[in-house]
Design a protein around this ligand. Structure first.
Ligand code: HEM
Length: 292
């Protein structure tokens, strides 16, 4: 039997030092695929069950009547009943039938045609990021590529103007980085960022209602065949989810070499320079390990 590693899936320093703890996940899959993780990851947070096998994760996902996302939300922290009620307006914290309804709106925006339309511009975004670093001998991959790329693509997805990209990036970090002192200064700051994000979403929705475009936001705002629309609050929450969910996840996935080594700075010629990784931030946002 392989030696049991110390199981701690919530220690941010581990992720920062050496990426996702695949040794822990591998051990858990083999010896304790449904594992009670007593440390919930924050002061006063309850523990959680770490489900690490693909087929078990699929089973959990397919049975919302047993494994509800709405009852106490999909977040790890134990929230007040009032907060839970608000968070249930976000798709990730819904069960059917609410989830199915919202999903049907979202599906309209994320068709192969809508996404295909973005391809050319996303290629330009990638080329632009590479052009930006062309003058440097060596750059930090995370800061220069992994972080800005998802933000720019998501801004493109929702049709937000180029000049707003930096603002959306900073806001989404302040919204989600509640356990990361580098990002959030206080709960009040987080709430302020949420409020700013709503205001931004509201303005964007209003612009599209006045002047519809062939884009995802316009699709989301259209009534369905039964004449039903997403409410303003539902749209704002979806916008918040999209910007936050799409940013941090992709940034961290792109920054994880899968080898336990930090991403090295890249030379402009595109080769990796081993052993020069600067520290970066990756958070254990996703408790399920998708490699199994
Ligand atoms: C490496 C990248 C990503 C990872 C690892 C990831 C992971 C996840 C996980 C674990 C969930 C929860 C699923 C569940 O509760 O059943 C989720 C949901 C979601 N993610 Fe991602 N995600 C990634 C990228 C993105 C991107 C790029 C976007 C948007 C542009 C996005 C938008 C969403 C949305 C909208 C939900 C809620 C879906 C629903 O409730 O049906 N994610 N993601």
């Amino acid at each position: 039997m392989a030696e049991e590693p110390e199981i701690n899936l919530v220690d941010l320093d581990i992720y920062q030092r050496s990426g996702a703890p695949h040794d822990q996940f591998a051990w858990l899959r083999e010896h304790a695929p449904v594992f009670w993780h007593a440390d919930g990851g924050g002061v006063g947070w309850p523990g959680f069950w770490a489900v690490t096998k693909h087929e078990d994760v699929a089973q959990v996902t397919r049975h919302p009547e047993i494994f509800s996302s709405a009852r106490r939300t999909a977040a790890f922290k134990e929230w007040s009943d009032l907060a839970v009620e608000r968070m249930r307006l976000m798709m990730i914290n819904m069960d059917p039938p609410q989830h199915t309804r919202q999903r049907s709106f979202v599906n309209r925006g994320f068709t192969p045609r809508m996404i295909g339309q973005l391809e050319e511009h996303i290629t330009q975004i990638c080329s632009g990021l590479l052009d930006d670093i062309a003058g440097y001998g060596e750059v930090d991959f995370v800061t220069e590529i992994a972080a800005p790329l998802p933000t720019q693509v998501i801004c493109e997805l929702v049709g937000a103007p180029v000049e707003d990209r930096d603002r959306i990036f900073k806001l989404s970090n302040r919204v989600v980085g509640f356990d990361d002192p580098e990002m959030v200064t206080s709960p009040a700051d987080q709430m302020q960022a949420v409020a700013e994000m709503y205001a931004y979403a509201g303005e964007l929705a209003e612009r599209r209602r006045q002047q519809p475009r062939d884009d995802i936001v316009t699709q989301l705002l259209k009534p369905d065949d039964a004449g039903q629309e997403l409410t303003t609050l539902e749209f704002n929450f979806f916008f918040l989810l999209l910007t936050v969910a799409g940013n941090e996840t992709t940034r961290n996935a792109a920054s994880d070499t899968g080898t336990g080594e930090p991403v090295a700075p890249i030379t402009v010629a595109g080769t990796m320079v081993p052993g020069h990784g600067r520290s970066w931030r990756t958070a254990p946002r996703c408790r399920a390990d998708w490699y199994g």
